[in-house]
Design a binder for this molecule. Structure first.
Ligand SMILES: CC(C)=CCC/C(C)=C/C=C/C(C)=C/C=C/C(C)=C/C=C/C=C(C)/C=C/C=C(C)/C=C/C1=C(C)CCCC1(C)C
Length: 600
């Protein structure tokens, strides 16, 4: 006969192991804290309840099927509280990873969500009251009603705290609840048939959903999974509040302990109850749109990063994209120069009160919040631009200023129509526009994960230097791909001019790339890719200096760009714009998540 332990061994533990292997690259430190805490809460909250219902004989177990009991409850049953919580939380993580969760913080003051919150609470409270008064031991309604009031008591609190968040991602919530519930009902049927446990007919309604599965059991698994899922959502909400509204300390290596993290999550939950400024989130949403429109590759790679990193990465991307377009998309020289001046004025105000200057061993130190003349910038910028500027202003406190000015130098290079005479020029230009961004990304990763390899010691410096190389790789791959579009749309040529034959530069500058034999373009492109490949093989080894949670994301971005490089080489013809299909990108991300073992 099947024992209770065998139920776990054969039916509950194997799916947990499989789910863990799938979810492992997605699990962040925060997720770990979340799962551990919900497990503890589940154990504490369920223990008295389960002892109470066994005492009143709502269900019993086969004595020879368990190894022992604590109180009235079998040891395997205690294990089940934790197993179910882990199982459902892991599944929930897989369901909720595909969007930026802070976006669900919006609109909580809207009348629609206020209504949902209050009507929902009233509804749940009335069900609790009904269940409470009908949960009389030794009656048909006992088991159903005891389950109901016990579980809904927590649900109503969580609904009060997080309903607008939960409703705005209801599809994820539904998906998170339904699958584990069905599976656990299936396990329940197996155990009931094997008489490992038995539901007392005299305290249940004797309604069977499928042949041997009592209604109460179905209600139980759906309602407890809902509890776990909205518990996890309340955690996610608190984390999103921190990511959006809190300025976390800029101490480089102040990794938080478990309890201080819990404390800040609790603070965030309380903070969230007051009226908060939605513009911050609207700005973020604008940045998400800019990312999704701007780079399919980065928007796929973004899924590999923990939410906290992903959020600021999106903001950083949007600022770089928007400022680049501000300069590129203007036609007249005067306007281009004026736009660049606006960007510089913004940066000057943003970093006016910085104490230290970036010099590779820098620490970011600022005296106070930047004071920015937003009225002026509102007049100068479009709505989208303004939003990305506000976004970057919120996160700049932990970023060095120098890379932003490098970017400006890059933009200026283009405005001045400077030529890339040699490979050195190509590298100098790419340093300005890409190594700068890579430096900022590295700061972002280390700040958000609170993890510098050493206190600005040799490892940190090596990490930054290699990150800068990585930036070069991405930029040079981009340039190698975009020879035709750069020429046609901008009349620009970033190929080291000393590669080119007579008259070819003129063709490229005058938007006639097709006057150059296609095979020539392919050759130039491949020559630049050689440089990128050389740098990539050097820089790859430094990925393992980055915070562990960011390594796979960085690797997928890098692999995606190198994938484009490989395609350029293998294609017979040099295309106008070689791109990976969405499927190929997903395969690369998949490979970086599961196949390649980081650290390299
Ligand atoms: C906290 C901080 C710092 C801030 C963050 C924001 C915030 C406020 C979050 C709050 C989260 C909360 C409050 C989460 C609470 C989660 C709970 C109580 C889960 C209970 C699960 C109970 C579970 C899984 C119980 C499982 C029980 C089982 C499997 C029993 C099965 C059974 C068997 C086997 C035989 C038949 C009988 C029965 C059905 C009882």
């Amino acid at each position: 006969m099947l024992t209770y332990m065998e139920v776990h061994l054969y039916y509950t533990l194997p799916p947990i192991i499989v789910l863990y292997l799938i979810a492992r690259p997605l699990i962040s430190t925060f997720d770990r804290i979340k799962i551990i805490t919900i497990c503890a809460l589940a154990l504490i909250y369920t223990t008295p309840w389960d002892n109470y219902i066994i005492y009143h004989k709502a269900w019993w177990y086969r004595k020879d099927a368990v190894i022992g009991t604590i109180g009235y409850v079998p040891i395997e049953e205690y294990m089940f509280f934790i197993i179910q919580t882990i199982f459902t939380s892991l599944w929930t993580i897989c369901c909720s990873r595909w969007t930026l969760q802070s976006l669900y913080l919006r609109n909580k003051e809207s009348s629609k969500f206020q209504l949902i919150k209050h009507v929902g609470c009233l509804l749940i409270l009335s069900i609790i009251l009904w269940a409470w008064f009908n949960a009389t031991p030794a009656t048909k309604l006992f088991y159903l009603c005891t389950i109901t009031w016990w579980a809904l008591l927590i649900v109503v609190i969580l609904w009060y705290i997080a309903s607008s968040f939960v409703v705005q991602c209801y599809q994820q919530i539904l998906c998170s609840v339904v699958f584990p519930s069905f599976y656990l009902c299936y396990v329940d049927v197996i155990a009931l048939r094997a008489k490992v446990w038995h539901i007392n007919e005299s305290t249940s309604l004797e309604i069977f959903v499928v042949d041997e599965l009592p209604l109460e059991e179905v209600v139980f698994f759906f309602i407890t999974n809902f509890l776990v899922v909205i518990g996890a959502a309340a955690f996610d909400q608190a984390n999103a509040v921190i990511n959006t509204y809190f300025r976390e300390s800029i101490q480089p290596n102040s990794k938080e302990g478990y309890f201080s993290k819990l404390e800040s999550l609790l603070t965030a939950t309380i903070y969230h109850q007051q009226k908060l400024d939605d513009t911050i989130i609207d700005d973020l949403a604008a940045c998400v749109d800019i990312l999704n429109e701007g780079s399919k590759t980065f928007s796929v790679a973004a899924n590999c990063f923990p939410n906290a990193v992903r959020q600021d990465l999106t903001t950083l991307y949007a600022f770089c994209r928007v400022t680049d377009d501000m300069v590129d998309n203007e036609h007249s020289m005067e306007l281009k120069t004026h736009r660049l001046k606006v960007i510089e004025e913004f940066l000057d105000q943003l970093f006016a009160n910085r104490v230290n200057v970036y010099n590779y061993t820098w620490k970011v130190t600022s005296n106070s919040e930047p004071s920015i003349d937003w009225n002026y910038f509102r007049k100068q910028l479009t709505d989208k631009q303004l939003r990305s500027f506000r976004g970057i202003a919120r996160i700049s406190f932990y970023l060095p200023q120098e890379p932003f000015y490098e970017l400006v130098k890059g933009y200026k290079w283009d405005i001045d129509g400077r030529m890339t005479h040699s490979e050195n020029d190509l590298i100098e230009y790419s340093k300005y526009v890409a190594s700068s961004v890579a430096t900022l990304c590295t700061f972002l990763f280390c700040h958000k994960c609170r993890e510098w390899p050493d206190q600005m010691g040799p490892k940190s410096i090596s990490m930054l230097e290699n990150a800068r190389k990585m930036g070069l790789v991405l930029q040079i791959c981009n340039i190698s791909r975009d020879i035709i579009t750069d020429s046609e749309t901008l009349g620009r040529c970033y190929i080291p001019n000393n590669y080119l034959k007579n008259g070819e530069l003129k063709h490229l500058m005058e938007k006639r790339p097709n006057n150059i034999p296609n095979m020539e373009l392919k050759k130039y492109s491949e020559r630049m890719l050689d440089i990128a490949d050389g740098l990539a093989s050097e820089a790859m080894h430094a990925i393992n200096l980055l915070p562990a949670e960011c390594q796979r994301g960085v690797l997928s971005a890098l692999e995606a760009y190198q994938g484009i490089g490989k395609l350029i080489r293998s294609n017979a013809k040099y295309e106008r714009r070689t791109t990976l299909t969405k499927m190929e990108k997903i395969v690369i991300v998949f490979k970086c998540m599961y196949v390649i073992n980081v650290p390299l």
